[in-house]
Ligand binder design. Structure first.
Ligand code: NDP
Ligand code: DGY
Length: 321
């Protein structure tokens, strides 16, 4: 059986594929994304496809692959890059990587929240550029979590892991919103509230929902206009949940205090993007799950999912859709 990998993957995954001896691996042998034309060519006749979140897998790719394709394994928990309706029509199974990256992503989100709220990148810059003249009472002051209200949009696996990590900082109220109330919210005394309530009452808003037609563009002008002027906004879900023009306006006008983004539109964010001119906006290059150990485990899991789909056996993490 033939499989196409759209990128070099962690060695843990490659070892599993080689050891299984059930497939002939063809690989886009680079750390950079495969060009569309090379993807369409590489996938031809493949029985399995291992892809990344940056590869758009739509009808064109599925048609190029042809009828052999039995399984798509994505090296990510997010699957908004996969055209699930087209995939389902063709009876193709999908593997993904939930749970194994939850801790790493929650940890990074908390780091981003603290870096943004306590202005760490600005402080580091001031030390280097000579702006640090003396200890000054109000210089580089930010916002602390103690006694605050935190709002988590999407209290799923990662949202919950973020909430668990934030509570010991002395958070007073933990609000969350989503489609349904969650039994696990009791562990963090989470209050299920309408989105508007969360937005207007929170001192920190953390977006950790999946990208869906409903959440696309959810954080827009109306959303930011309801936030407190002292509130901090953090997004580690997907860039298109946010309207970036509206976010720029909210940050530059003082409508909100600061924003920390691990995800943007597009990725990479062009170096001349207006958001990068703002001191109160901290942008990271989508590194939520980027620990060596997590990426190794994601590589192994995506290989095992691929093999399960090829052999018609259980996948360790199969997406039901
Ligand atoms: P889960 O499926 O466990 O959680 C997703 C959550 O999104 C659910 O709680 C769901 O709530 C919520 N949600 C869905 N629709 C809405 C809505 N309309 N409003 C509010 N919430 C909604 O997924 P994970 O926690 O594992 O991952 C979440 C996302 O994080 C991924 O889809 C991915 O995009 C992103 N991610 C980013 C990473 C990074 O590097 N920055 C790393 C890993 C993931 P409900 O159940 O009520 O529908
Ligand atoms: C995912 O898995 O969806 C992340 O965005 C990258 O780990």
């Amino acid at each position: 059986m033939k499989v196409f990998l759209t990128r070099r993957i962690p060695p843990e995954g490659m070892k599993i594929l080689s050891a299984a001896g059930v497939c002939e691996v063809s690989l886009w042998d680079s750390d950079e994304p495969v060009q569309r034309a090379d993807l369409l060519k590489g996938v031809q006749g493949a029985h399995g496809l291992l892809c990344l979140l940056s590869d758009k897998i739509d009808a064109e790719v599925l048609d190029a692959a042809g009828p052999n394709l039995k399984v798509i394994s994505t090296l990510s928990v997010g699957y908004d890059h996969l055209a699930l309706d087209e995939i389902k029509k063709r009876g193709i199974r999908v593997g993904y990587t939930p749970d194994v990256l939850t801790d790493a992503t929650a940890e990074l989100t908390v780091a981003l929240l603290l870096a943004t709220a306590r202005r760490l990148p600005e402080g580091v810059e001031e030390v280097k550029n000579g702006g640090w003249s003396s200890w000054k009472p109000l210089w580089l002051c930010g916002y602390g979590l103690s006694g605050s209200t935190v709002g988590v949009i999407g209290l799923g696996r990662i949202g919950m892991a973020i909430a668990r990590r934030l509570m010991p900082f002395g958070v007073k109220r933990l609000l969350y919103s989503g489609r349904t109330a969650k039994a696990h919210a009791a562990e963090v005394n989470g209050e299920f509230v309408p989105l508007d309530t969360l937005v207007s009452e929170s001192d920190f808003i953390v977006v950790s929902c999946s990208l869906t037609p409903e959440t696309q563009g959810m954080c827009d002008k109306a959303f930011f206009s309801k936030m407190k002027n002292t509130a901090v906004f953090v997004n580690s879900s997907r860039g298109t949940v946010v309207n970036q023009e509206d976010l720029y306006e909210a940050l530059s006008s003082g409508q909100i205090a600061a924003a920390g983004l691990d995800v943007t539109t597009p990725e990479p964010l062009p170096t001349n993007h207006p958001l990068l001119t703002l001191k109160n906006c901290v942008v990271l290059p989508h590194i939520g799950s980027a620990t060596y150990s997590t990426r190794g485990i994601m590589g192994a899991l995506s290989a095992q999912n691929l093999l399960g789909g090829l052999q018609g056996t259980d996948m360790p993490s199969e997406l039901t859709f």
